[in-house]
Each structure stands twice: as structure tokens, then as C-alpha cells.
Design a protein around this ligand. Sequence first.
Ligand code: SAH
Ligand code: SF4
Length: 446
Amino acid sequence: MMSRNISFRIITFGCQMNKSRSEHLSYLLSRSGFVVAPTPEEADILVFNTCAVREHAVERATNAINQMVENIVSQRGKVPVVVICGCMSELIRGKLLQKMPLVKLLAGTRRWDMIPSLLREALDKEEKICFFGEEENTPFLENGYIRESRTFAYLPITYGCDNFCSYCVVPYVTGRQRSKPEDLVLRELGDILEEGFREIVLLGQNVNSYGKDLGVEFTFERLLGHIERVFGQEKIWVQFITSHPRDMRKSIIEKVQESNILCPYFHLPLQAGSDRILALMNRGYTQRDYLEMADLIRNGFSDAGIGTDIIVGFPGETEKDFQETLKVVEQVQFDVAYTYMYSPRPLTASSRLQDDVPQRIKEERLKTLNTLLREIHLRKVEKRIGTVVEVLVEKEEDSYYVAHTRSNLRVYVRKKEDLRPGNQVMVRLQSLRGTKIEGKVVAAGT
Ligand code: SAH
Ligand code: SF4
């Protein structure tokens, strides 16, 4: 098996951070001589980079992985080498081997630089290998990526999380926050521009706390200032996610206002509207704090996007608490929202509270919330039909180009227009099909 090029495919579950880490692992594997297979079915090695944030995610991942491996075995009559890594395996570790007997290499979230050599070892051995790096605070020096998109590039600036929101398993599986040194961020950004990307997404679980682990002088504002000074005249868009409402500050909003390249889209997870639930969640802000921050954003830009994540059915959430969530949703008029039913996670503080909101009520609240969010979205978009906006073309999808504005409003442009991913053009918002906004090019861009 070692004489020819051994091929791999990485299948990623979960958040953008995971997608970015898969792009890094792809680089590590390619650098050590493995090659990317054209499809998962043809790959000698299948790597699954997993997520553990909700129980549902764990179940979905185990089922999807087993199913996919079984299909490939029946199609090809040959068992691929299966690697599982990431948050789910960090959390469940050896127990995964019972759920998934075909796994050859099991790794966690740390020391991925070891994966290529462990994989070579696993290929030569009968036994399975389990490897869980234990070093908590290794300096965050991961770089080198084989990126999936040719238009936008993820650039992680922190890894791990120090916030310990009571429901969340992320700090336990990814460790303490480690910020990427400023010079490395700038160097990577330079490389990304040289490769021709038009959009950069700075990533972290809480980008606003960037630098706290490096020293008092290293702040997110300072990093944004450096980025603006070095790259401010380039024709690029720079977004950052996720902003934690507790650490969001006026000075960060001002950096975006002053910038040519930073986009006014703020992903600011609310999680809940009731102060009592927010305190139980250990979020560190009140409804009032949140609304003040949202006002600062709305008043600071002619067109800003505010995105959010919301959990319904946290332990002890009453109908009155839930109404507070709806009230905030109505006031802030969110542009983008991801909504979830509470799911108790091992190790977390809230898993010691009784998960006492019945499933039926959780489902009802989720439905009510999503209906309100959809109504708000439609109301907002209808008002904008006829206006002209600048968009960046992201990708092609069926008979459309998918594009978005700086504030992250998604716009579909019919393929009969002559565009390419990466183009920046002015479009008139013309019509709404379901929730799809169609636009027509009014001025050619670059
Ligand atoms: N760092 C980001 C997101 C982390 S996880 C932040 O702080 O916002 C992504 C989202 O999953 C969270 O924002 C939250 O809404 C949801 N989530 C996390 N743990 C959850 C749980 N136990 N049950 C339900 N949703 C959860
Ligand atoms: Fe989880 Fe809170 Fe950290 Fe986000 S900020 S990853 S929700 S602990």
C-alpha cells in the first residue's frame, strides 16, 4: 500500500472552526505525501472531523459515518481506513470504538501535527490507534491550509474558549483560549491575498476576547487596526465571527466604521432574552446590555447585519422567560439566526440542572421563534426590493450565482449574467421567491 499515493477525503461536521481545521489537516496530510481523492467513495482513507455541541450532532455523526462507510464497503468491496477526530471523539474517546468498530485511528482535538505519522503507523498495523494529545496550552501555531472555497478564506485567530457558558461543551473539548500571535495573523492574511481570495473570515469562539491570553496590550481592536493599516487599500472584505455580547465594545464597532475592508456584520449570539436565564447560562450580560449593543450597531451603520444564536428550553425556562426572548427578537430584528433546542451535555454546569422543559414545549417554542424570525426576515427584505446593493459572488448553485452583501444579506443572481465567483458587482434587488432574494446586475464590477 505504501508504494503508490494513498488518497484521503475529510468529511466535516459542525461549525466554521471545524471546517477551517479540516482545511489545515488537509494541508498536513498532503504535505506528508497523501493525496486528496476526487470523491469520498474513491478514498483509501476517510477522515471524519466531528462535532459534540449537541447530542443530536453526536447521533447524527455516528449514524452518518457508519452509513457512509457501509455504503462504500458494499460498493467497492473494500474497507476504507477510517479516522475519527475532533470534538466528538475528544469527548467520548474510547467509547466510540464500540459504536464504530471500523475505526482505525481515533484522535481528539489536539496535536493534529501527529496525525500523518500516526496514520502511516496505523496503515502498517493490525491494531487500532487511539491518540489524545493532552497539552492544554500549546502555542497556537497551526497554519497551512488547503481551502475548499476559491473565494473566501477562513483565518482562525483564536482557538479554544474560556467562557464556560453553563450549557456548552466547547471549552471542555477544545481547551483554553489560545490566540494566534499578531504577526502570524498578518502573515497568513498576506498569503491569503496572494492566493487571490476576495473575502476573509476571521474565526474564533469569541473573537472579541482575542489577545487576552497574550498580554494586556493585545486586543482585538489593535489586531483590527494592524489589519486595516496593512491591507486597508486592498479590494477585499473582512468579516469576523463570533462576537460574544459580553465582550463586544463600542471601540470594536468604531474600527468597523472607520474601515474600508471590515464588513458590518456582527454575529452576536443572544442565547436567551430573560435575565434570569442569561444568568443561569453564565453569559455575563443582561437583556438591557444586549439591546444597547444592538442599538449601537444599528445606529452606527446605514446597513448592518446582526446575526444570532438562540437556545429554547434551557432548564427552568418558563413561558414568561421565553416571551422575553421573543421580545428581544422583535426589537433587534435579526438578519440571520440559528436556533436550537437545549440539549444537556456531559461535563457542563447546566447538565447538573434538571432538563425540565418537556420536549413538546421545546418544539413548540422553537416553531414559534422560527416563525417570528421568518416574518421579520420577509418584512425586512420586502422593504428593500428595488434598492441597489453591492454584492460579492460566492459560488454557483444550480441556475444561480449565490452572492452576499457586506452585511451578509444573501442574494441570488440568475446565471445568464456573466459573473464569476469573486466578482464584486452592484445588483438591484428585484423579487422574492419564498425566502430567496433575486437580484439583477446593474453595474459591472471587478
Ligand atoms: N462560540 C459561539 C458558538 C458556540 S456553539 C458562541 O459563543 O456563540 C454554537 C451554538 O450552539 C451556540 O451559540 C448555542 O446557541 C448552541 N449550543 C451550544 N451548546 C448547546 C446546547 N447544550 N444545547 C443547545 N444548543 C447549544
Ligand atoms: Fe460555548 Fe460560550 Fe464558549 Fe461560545 S462562548 S463556545 S457558547 S462556552
